[in-house]
Design a protein around this ligand. Structure first.
Ligand SMILES: Cc1cc2nc3c(=O)[nH]c(=O)nc-3n(C[C@H](O)[C@H](O)[C@H](O)COP(=O)(O)OP(=O)(O)OC[C@H]3O[C@@H](n4cnc5c(N)ncnc54)[C@H](O)[C@@H]3O)c2cc1C
Length: 407
């Protein structure tokens, strides 16, 4: 009799697992609470990183049997790195540092690409359904709680393709903002690693900053966003269920680059069910050291403000000058190393809080930190105008897919 596998969540991790299992002859059912894959996102641009392994991620995808032409992607080897004092420098590499993909329900998004590959492999996807996690072998339901949030605006622009990454503790408390422009569509996003009230002002002020420093000719389309859940569970297989992607805490504490971990963990869970590896062991060997290194970096970042961010930006550029490759610094950030490893006990006590989840799993998670005194400031007149501009766009039907209350 054919073995039947049930998976909770038709996002990247769930669809990756489903495709591999169906191609090996299993009957696979994926149960998704939303109306479509990618519906959690709404035309958001995201970057798939290429620095946590020596192997190019698209090579890895090909080896696993995924067709990278099923979705649109744009490779980048250079970015604008914006320091907290507004200096702009350019980390660069000869190869591919990361690829920008679109998330959402449009045909060219990575979510729909993975959905098509799953359907072509014979996977049954059930949308708009509720299924208890206990009835599933793989839990791929994404983040549960918020440790951090991001707010962004998508706009039309005449500016050429570009990725800018800004370390700035005022515009993005504890974190960073970014601007991605692909083929006439831009996204400006600010990440909040400290919880704020009236968070719209952070996005308005960030947009004002980018407008002042780049010729954007910006015409707002919609506002997007989402949350990230950062935590380390004590087990990745619990009561016979495999926890993958963000549902399994496989997320990058430092910058939030969780897509690669999501797909990789989905593949590993499928291979474990097929008897080709041991999931718990493989996740601990391949992914947990990266997640831990990112948590240690996050712990350090939580301790510094703009002065520390400036030191990081300078260090990055010095490292590039010495080694002739800007990607080496990013690779180094994720290497466990003795110094970083020695900080781990401090990180566990100082940053993570032990919590028992409703399904009995124990997780050491990073709570959403509170705001600081320095997070209170008045919007500039231009940021106010940008806020008003967005309100009038909303009255015309501009979509807002994530708000403070969703966090
Ligand atoms: C604003 C933002 C920007 C980001 N930028 C980047 C980036 O640049 N690079 C990067 O690598 N990562 C980025 N991430 C993180 C990345 O999006 C996630 O880590 C990744 O999508 C996780 O994949 P997943 O399969 O675990 O979850 P998802 O892709 O979210 O899939 C989970 C699925 O489960 C469904 N679901 C939830 N609950 C249930 C339930 N009870 N029953 C059934 N289905 C359920 C959801 O609807 C969803 O479809 C970003 C995240 C946000 C919010």
């Amino acid at each position: 009799m054919t073995e039947v596998i049930h998976i909770l969540g038709a996002g990247l991790s769930g669809l990756a697992a489903a495709t591999i299992l169906a191609r090996s002859g299993k009957e696979v059912h994926v149960h998704e609470i939303r109306e479509d894959s990618g519906a959690r996102f709404d035309g958001d641009f995201q970057g798939i990183e290429n620095w946590t392994s020596d192997l190019d991620f698209f090579e890895e995808l090909r080896e696993w049997g995924f067709d990278i032409d099923e979705f649109k992607s744009d490779s980048f080897g250079i970015i604008d790195l914006i320091h907290p004092d507004d200096e702009i420098s350019h980390p660069k590499t000869e190869g591919v540092a990361f690829r920008v993909v679109e998330r959402g329900t449009e045909a060219h998004t990575i979510d729909q690409g993975f959905k098509r590959m799953a359907l072509e492999s014979g996977v049954n996807i059930h949308y708009k359904v509720k299924k208890p996690a206990e009835d599933c072998q793989i839990v791929a339901a994404g983040p549960r709680e918020s440790s951090a949030v991001a707010f962004g605006e998508i706009f039309e622009t005449s500016h050429k393709n570009l990725v800018a990454f800004q370390l700035n503790d005022k515009l993005a408390p504890g974190a960073y903002s970014y601007m991605i422009i692909i083929d006439g569509v831009g996204l400006i996003c600010t990440c909040l690693w400290r919880k704020q009230r009236k968070s719209g002002r952070y996005l308005n002020e960030t947009i004002a900053w980018y407008e002042e420093n780049y010729e954007l000719d910006r015409k707002p389309i919609k506002r997007v966003g989402g949350k990230g859940d950062f935590g380390l569970p004590s087990k990745y297989v619990h009561d016979g269920r495999y926890y993958v992607g963000e549902a399994g805490g496989l997320q990058d504490f430092m910058w939030g680059f969780g897509m690669r971990y999501a797909i990789t963990s989905g593949v590993l869970a499928a291979k474990a069910i097929l008897g080709e590896c041991e999931y718990e062991k493989e996740v601990r060997r391949r992914l947990v050291p990266l997640v831990k290194a990112s948590a240690i970096n996050r712990f350090l970042m939580n301790r510094v403000g703009n002065r520390g961010f400036k030191m990081v930006a300078n260090q990055w550029m010095r490292d590039q000058k010495r080694k002739g490759d800007g990607l080496k610094f990013m690779q180094w950030l994720y290497k466990p190393g003795i110094l970083r490893r020695s900080l781990w006990p401090l990180v566990r006590i100082g940053m993570l809080r032990k919590k028992e989840l409703p399904d009995g799993r124990i997780v050491h998670r990073m709570p959403f930190r509170g705001s600081l005194k320095r997070d209170l400031w008045e919007q500039s007149p231009r940021a106010n105008e940008i806020g008003e501009q967005w309100k009038s766009k909303q009255r015309e039907g501009g979509n807002l897919s994530f708000t403070e209350s969703d966090a």
